[in-house]
Each structure stands twice: as structure tokens, then as C-alpha cells.
Design a protein around this ligand. Sequence first.
Ligand code: SF4
Ligand code: SF4
Length: 270
Amino acid sequence: MTSAEIKAAARRLGADLVGIAPVSRFDGLPAINDPRTFAPETRSVIAVAHRIMRGAFRGIEEGTSFQNTYGCFGKNWAEQFFLAKTVYDLCCEIENDGAEAVPLLSRKYADKEFEPDYQAYAHVCGLGSTGKGGFFLTPEYGHRQRIGFIFTTLELEGDDILEVDFCKECNACMDACPLNAYEGSGTPDLSLCVHCRNGAFTNKNSCDKIDRYAASCGRACMVALENKVGNKFAEKFRKRSVWSRGRDGEQLNLGNQFTGGRCPDKFEGK
Ligand code: SF4
Ligand code: SF4
């Protein structure tokens, strides 16, 4: 299969984004991050992404639902079912053509020898780049995607590497953090994020460790980029003022009048 055929197949199988890198672009990575540590015959890496639909953030934005939209359709099922199925099906098409295809999600397992760095991988595959707030940003969806990979023995033409410059003069994610976890830098203090009761989830298998896409910081990024990304909507995402909670769960801002910004204790990132 050629790069063009792989991209067409990925789109047909449900991918929203697909990018390709020759394995030489991974030269110089520590062995623990190098695809060839995992699969020595790898010649190309394919990045496949599914968008996280905007509607999956609605319940957390309104303080009305934390699991039964984002937890399922934005997080667990989005990665483990929908994205995994596209990656699997594309691997099968590649293997039908006689090349080996190794499927991989952006997750960290108990393997001690290999830890994929999904942001570095997606960057060299041409999907986008990491923004100031620590989110991987693409021109189409901003921070709203989950990304899987295929290591293949096929020699494929790579995509251009893309630098996304959305963060110029923007600090929305940092300004939105109720715990001041960024402390003026682009890397949030995860020892604070682990206590975040503003839509963050601990995710021990995720390479991010804390799933921050729907937290105050992630939703602020989505709002900041809604006129800049390719995936545009007829109406603005943010309809009401934002609810927030402090380090110990105290209500800092009641948010919208309808829900009072309630955040059920059992879903607060625990
Ligand atoms: S997850 Fe919570 S504490 Fe961490 S940066 Fe985002 S809003 Fe701040
Ligand atoms: S909110 Fe602004 S500064 Fe933060 S990651 Fe998004 S675009 Fe960059």
C-alpha cells in the first residue's frame, strides 16, 4: 500500500486525522521511546486520530454529567473502542497486503522496556504540535483528539512536520486553572492536578497520567480555539459562566444558575 492508499483506508474506517512518518524521524529518541525497541523491523509509523466530539464535553461544562458523556464517549470508549477499532481495521488492511502492522494506543502499560511518547510521535507524523498548556494541538480540532499508532514494515512517504502556532498571545489554559497548577510555566504541576475537581480524571494507563482534556484548562483551550480550528460550530460552546472548585473541593465559583456547578464527589478525578 502507498501512503495515499493508507490515508484513504484510514478515513474510510473512521479516522478523522492520519499522518505518516518514516522511522528515521525517530532517530535520537531514548531507546525506551523508540518504536524500533518495540518492533525492530519498523520502517514507518502511522498516526491515526479520532476527534473527541464537542458534545462529549457538555456535561462537564454544565456540571451536570461527568461519566455519561465525557467519561464514555470522550475518554474510555473514544480510545478503547472507537479509535482502537479504526487502528485494528487499518492494521488488518495493511496485513492483507502482506506487510506487518503493529497496533498501539497512546497508553502506558506495565511494560518497562517501552513507553510511547504520543505527542512526539504525532508531531513527527505531521498531525500538529504541543501547545504551551501541554496539550497536543491540531489545526482541525485543537486539543480535541485521541491518537493511536501503527508501526509497519512498509516504506511510506512521510507527511510534512507541522508547527501549530495557536498559543501566540494566549494563556487561556493557564488563566483558567483554579489551582494555579501552571505557576507561570507551560507544564502543570501534576501533583496539584491529581487533586483537581474541575473535570480532570486520573488515568494511570494514560501517557498523560491525568486526563485534563475536559478540566477547566482543557475546556478553556477549546473555547480559545473555537474560531481558529477547522472544525467550526454554528454556536459558541460556552453558554454560561464557569463553575470551579478549589484544592479541597470548596466551591470557588457557582457557575451557571441551572446546576449551581455541582460536581459529584465520586467523579472528581478519583
Ligand atoms: S487539570 Fe485542573 S489543576 Fe491541572 S492544570 Fe487543569 S484545571 Fe489546573
Ligand atoms: S489555551 Fe491557548 S496557550 Fe493554552 S494550549 Fe490552548 S492555545 Fe495554547
